[in-house]
Ligand binder design. Structure first.
Ligand SMILES: CSC[C@H]1O[C@@H](n2cnc3c(O)ncnc32)[C@H](O)[C@@H]1O
Ligand SMILES: [Zn+2]
Length: 445
């Protein structure tokens, strides 16, 4: 008998990679934060002496979900400006509010609120792009989640940095500060082609190549973005990024709703990853990302919510359902973007995009125990003929009972173990009071 920290026994396990699509009545042995073995429950009970055994008799155990595009602290702006397209939303509402209220406190309180929401829907890892990334990293560290934190760059001065050189300097300092951390990595995060000029982009390209770091950017989000770039520069944004040498396997392009066949072929040939954010694209009426076409071209497509100010939630369970349904419509094919494809997008594909697939993204011995459990014993998910289809097509995030990151149970029977719910709500309420007058003024003007 070997001693282990935890034995998780589940009705179903979906490893996501490997030869088995679905395991019934299996257990995951977890020791020192890692998955030690996946085996039938009876064998596991004979082989291991766990400190703790968790029985999930009506649950499906999945790899933790990976939200590959967030602006976590924007949870504090959820619902502040609705029913408008991207550019007026950004320029008339979001950027003025950020300009006035952005602070380390805002980012700490907003990121905690976001992490609480993410853990409650089974998310274990997120890829964030926001101001005060040093604060984001610190909150992630305290909470125990896994995250890729953005070294942001944008052409205008903000409270975080005065110019491109300072954004880069602070980003690189952030990278140095967190290098070697087991759960926190850093990625370059130039905001978008229309907000980052050639000089900082060229530097990012050089640094990313030298350091083998990811570059996370909003690209071809709207038809306006592409038409505006064509009018101003005579070039589509993707053509500019290609010319500048940014389209490599380190490049993570968010949104990508405006793509012609040549651009899809170029992205595929250069190993670009696409971070699909369907609900944000729908709410801002930005357009549809041709997910099945991208997959058919061999592109790694992942799933992200975007910020709660444009989604308006960080619910990866709901996002999977939306992505599946609009993926089918975009392809005009009910067989397109299947439930299994969607689950891979929300797990292993996200890990690949972030360069973390040796560590997370599937239930595989040797990887970190980043897991979530969904209780399918509910009116909404019975009968359960196929647990994967049940999770993607009809489960809700309230059915997520437990979430583990590196073997640590951060959500236990729907209770957060490292975040104080009452305190998070109190802080969110204070920000609501602070921001609400400003939201009213803008909405009435
Ligand atoms: C440089 S920090 C990130 C910056 O991005 C803004 N933002 C949030 N959502 C979107 C989106 O869908 N497209 C473009 N920009 C977005 C956010 O408000 C911050 O200013
Ligand atoms: Zn975004």
């Amino acid at each position: 008998m070997s001693k282990i920290d935890t034995l998780i026994c589940a009705r179903w396990i979906v490893p996501v990679t490997g030869t088995q699509r679905l395991l019934e009545n299996h257990a995951v042995a977890v020791h020192r934060g890692a998955i030690e073995a996946v085996l039938p429950i009876a064998q596991a009970r004979e082989r291991y002496t766990p400190n703790e055994t968790i029985e999930l008799e009506s649950h499906v155990l999945l790899p933790g979900l990976i939200n590959t595009h967030t602006h976590a602290a924007m949870n504090l702006m959820r619902g502040i400006a609705n029913d408008m397209p991207l550019m007026p939303w950004l320029t008339e509402h979001i950027w003025p509010i950020e300009g006035e209220f952005m602070s380390p406190e805002f980012v700490a309180d907003g990121t905690d609120l976001a992490m609480a929401e993410m853990l409650r829907c089974g998310t274990t890892c997120f890829n964030d792009m926001y101001f005060f990334p040093d604060v984001v990293a610190d909150r992630v560290d305290r909470t125990g989640m896994r995250a890729a934190v953005g070294m942001i760059v944008i052409d205008f001065p903000t409270v975080w940095a005065a110019n491109a050189a300072e954004y880069l300097e602070k980003g690189l300092a952030l990278r140095d500060a967190w290098r070697g951390h087991s759960r926190i990595t850093t990625v370059f995060a130039p905001h978008a082609p229309y907000t980052v000029s050639d000089e900082p982009l060229a530097k990012i390209r050089t640094y990313a190549d030298e350091m083998d770091l990811r570059v996370h950017m909003h690209v071809h989000e709207t038809a306006f973005e592409v038409a505006d770039a064509l009018e101003k520069n005579g070039e589509r944004p993707l053509a500019r990024l290609k010319r500048m040498g940014l389209l490599t396997p380190n490049f993570l392009a968010v949104h990508m709703t405006q793509l012609n066949d040549d651009e899809i072929a170029t992205c595929a040939a250069n190993g670009v990853h696409v971070l699909h954010s369907p609900e944000s694209n729908l709410k801002l009426a930005s357009g549809l990302c041709p997910v099945q076409k991208l997959i058919d071209a061999g592109i790694n497509v992942t799933l992200g919510t975007d910020g709660a100010a444009s989604n308006n939630d960080l619910d990866m369970i709901g996002e999977m359902r939306t992505a599946a349904f609009i993926g089918k419509v975009a392809a005009n094919d009910a067989a397109a973007v299947s439930a299994d494809t969607i689950l891979a997008m929300a797990t292993i594909n996200g890990a690949k995009a972030l360069g973390l697939d040796d560590i997370t993204g599937s239930i595989t011995p040797g990887k970190a125990a980043d897991l979530c459990a969904v209780d399918l014993d509910a009116i909404e998910t019975r009968p359960t003929f196929d647990p994967v289809a049940a999770v993607v097509y009809n489960a809700s995030r309230e059915q997520v009972s437990d979430t583990w990151v590196a073997g640590r149970r951060l959500l236990a029977d729907r209770k957060l173990t490292t975040l104080d719910e009452a305190d998070i709500l109190a802080r969110a309420a204070r920000w609501q009071t602070t921001l609400s007058g400003h939201a009213r003024d803008r909405n009435n003007s």
